[in-house]
Design a protein around this ligand. Sequence first.
Ligand SMILES: [Fe+2]
Length: 261
Amino acid sequence: MDVRQEQDGVWKTLFHRQTPQVEAFACQEYLDGSATLRLPDDRVPSLDELEAAITPRTGWRLRRTPVRYSDALPWYRHFGRRVFLVTDYMRSWQELDFTPEPDMFHDIFGHLPFLVLPEYTGLLDLFAPAFLRTDDDHREQIKRLAWFTTEFGLIRQAGRLKVFGSGLLSSVGEIRHVMDGRTPILPFSVELILTRTKAIYTFNETLFAFDSLAALTSELRTYFDSVPTRALPDLPTRDEDESNLVDWELADLAGGPGAAH
Ligand SMILES: [Fe+2]
């Protein structure tokens, strides 16, 4: 079996295991996005076919990367250009329930249905400008806020708790753990989140629920507006050309766990 067939096999298994869970637990935005994106159930989709649905709706584009966990700075530089990086890496058969590293199932199944929604990409658009202009301490804060919102956030819809975060939506094990009530859920609070640490190698100990995408966007906008501009600019980069940016990033900035998402 070649690599592509192996990846398609893992995709198909994960897709069929996860679809009933997202149908039961995912927020309305994810379900709406999925109905538009219409991911195939039996193979890894090509970026071209995904972009055909995403780019005309929100302007976001996709780039494939062999980096298994992109470092935050190049990742947010792409983000600022509305380019979403999709890793070439697919989890193994032994990691179906939980993988500490985002793989292509996480990136595509977890994130991309949202990228057809302008109201969602309006939220994403807030992150990169603040991250790129600010200092290292505030960059850590922004990564933590991303972790507890777009990756592992929960949302209350029609009186019920629903899953908003892409990390949960693509995790067969943790989404069940959370929706079984085994993870304490607190009301969303920027101040509280900034005191928490991210769980990379285990399930999260505590998660946060907000009342709506609009309310989350409003609260994060208030925070991002308060983020200071760093005193010293980043060193000059060769990111004027996007292909150069990818090459440069792969050569110099492949990161470890704890990076952007
Ligand atoms: Fe992610």
